[in-house]
Design a protein around this ligand. Structure first.
Ligand SMILES: [Zn+2]
Length: 137
């Protein structure tokens, strides 16, 4: 069984194309400067339609996290335990990533995270997180 993959749409295609180059993009509204993530055609603050794409430096802080010990499907069985985290990216948006390359107990609210990209299949690369200061496993 394969893991489910994101399906790029007209609104998200530019984002996924950037991920394939290991670049994290987000949107800023040209009218009201609202920062938003995930990508949409309209600003969720003012309904403006002039959305600008900017590149994030890829640094974030853990807002919250959980550890998955029981795989939701057979496709994730080899990954458990793994950490899912909400991270606040420095440019002002929040996203969900897995925190890779560490023991779950090492992940703390407030920990600094670096966004990295990993092959997911289907030509997609997914943004993921690694602790900025970590012990290599
Ligand atoms: Zn706006």
């Amino acid at each position: 069984m394969d893991k489910p993959l994101p399906k790029p749409t007209a609104e998200t295609r530019k984002f996924w194309e950037a991920c394939a180059r290991d670049e994290l993009l987000y949107q800023v509204c040209a009218a009201c400067r609202h920062v938003q993530f995930y990508p949409r055609q309209h600003c969720i603050a003012c309904q403006g339609t002039q959305m600008q794409w900017l590149r994030s430096a890829g640094s974030a802080t853990v807002y919250s996290h959980t550890t998955v010990y029981r795989a939701p499907t057979a496709a994730f069985k080899a990954d458990v335990p793994y950490v899912i985290a909400l991270v606040d990216v420095d440019e002002g948006f929040r996203m969900i990533v897995n925190i890779l390359g560490c023991y779950p107990a090492e992940v703390r609210i407030g920990a600094r995270v670096r966004i990295v990209f990993r092959e997911a299949g289907g030509g997609l690369r997914l943004p993921q997180g690694e602790l900025a200061r970590k012990v290599r496993l």
